[in-house]
Design a protein. Structure first.
Length: 161
């Protein structure tokens, strides 16, 4: 069994010949394996299984679909689904009572109350504007009364002639 141990050491160092590797493979295919070599049995069994596997055939490039075509097909499908979804939403019946107001985060569906509340708020805004614009009216009055003062330089020129 010293021979198998030496061959395993050479194998794991990558120094075995093809004949020596075949000898190791046939040893591990055997039923009479020494107990100290049992750990390597599955390793060589896997190697045998992998050797039996066939390499997949290369893809025929003529029949392969380019990624660009696949992308546009996928885009068209997604766009169609989105359009159908939007049509369903658009055609769905709308709530019967569309008149409502949201006051302090609460939905008010009483039309008369909503109109009165809106009118009250508009009157409040109107009052604020009116009171805040009074100083501007005074400025406009001063400006209109200052018009004759602007004509003084012209009158002086007329008199000097």
């Amino acid at each position: 069994m010293k021979e198998i141990d030496d061959l395993l050491n050479k194998y794991f160092e990558g120094k075995t010949t093809l004949e020596e590797e075949n000898y190791l493979k046939s040893y591990f295919r055997n039923e009479e394996i020494q107990p100290e070599h049992e750990v390597y049995k599955t390793l060589f069994h896997v190697f045998d299984e992998k050797a039996k596997e066939k390499i997949p055939q290369p893809v025929d490039e003529k029949n392969a679909q380019p990624n660009v075509k696949r992308f546009w097909k996928l885009t068209a499908v997604i766009a169609g689904i989105a359009a159908a979804f939007l049509m369903i939403i658009w055609v769905m019946p709308i709530e019967k009572n569309q008149d409502f107001a949201i006051v302090n985060g609460e939905k008010i569906e009483n039309t008369q109350f909503a109109q009165n509340y809106a009118l009250e708020k508009l009157n409040h805004v109107s009052y604020k504007l009116e009171t805040n614009l009074k100083p501007l009216e005074a400025i406009a009055t001063v400006k209109s009364r200052m018009e004759p003062v602007k004509k003084i330089p012209e009158i002086k020129k007329e008199w000097k002639k």
